[in-house]
Design a protein around this ligand. Structure first.
Ligand code: ZN
Length: 190
């Protein structure tokens, strides 16, 4: 089932997600719905906040992107990215490695708004999977970028917060317009 993706201006996007202590049938149902929603929106990552839940859960799938490479290492060995997808990240913790790399980003909660964001080119990730089992890996390229974007969401941080002031100034009007639309929609519902 596809869910509504909330837009910038919804307070839930600013809420830090609580830890998931136990993976329940409800968690599994939400994960399935988040995959449906991400695919329907042609996204490569989706955080629980974007479908209205402030919890530490995100889904990622970079298989659809062919022009921006991703890398993956498991236990020090280079591993196949495609067969590692789709990815469920529960309570993820990211440790940045290496230098920041600038690259273009968008966000399903900011339709048609794109901007350069600097992020670590490589990261170490520790998380639990959909069975609640801990796993760890190292990611690079697009995969590292999308995971950092999603883990930010889980902490109430948005990609516009990571843009440099020039990029953000250039997008100011569009961002404010989106916020106003969202606020109008929220107050219309009450
Ligand atoms: Zn996003």
């Amino acid at each position: 089932m596809t869910l509504t993706v909330v837009k910038y201006g919804e307070p839930v996007l600013r809420r830090r997600g609580t830890r998931i202590e136990q993976v329940t049938p409800e968690t599994h149902a939400l994960i399935a719905d988040m995959f449906d929603t991400m695919q329907a929106s042609r996204g490569i990552g989706l955080a629980a906040q974007q479908v209205g839940h402030a919890i530490q859960l995100a889904v990622v799938d970079v298989r659809g992107v062919k022009d921006r490479p991703s890398s993956l290492w498991i236990d020090g060995q280079e591993a196949d990215v495609e067969s590692f997808m789709p990815l469920v990240l529960i309570n993820p913790v990211v440790t940045p490695r290496g230098k920041p790399v600038a690259g273009p980003e968008g966000c399903l909660s900011f339709p048609e708004i794109f901007g350069e964001v600097s992020r670590s080119g490589e990261i170490d990730v520790v998380a639990s999977n959909e069975r609640g089992d801990a796993f760890h890996f190292r990611a690079g390229g697009l995969l590292a970028r999308v995971i950092q974007h999603e883990v930010d969401h889980l902490n109430g941080i948005l990609f516009i917060d990571r843009m440099d002031s020039e990029t953000r100034t250039n997008l100011k009007e569009e961002i404010e317009e989106l916020m106003a639309e969202t606020k109008a929609r929220i107050s219309g519902k009450k």
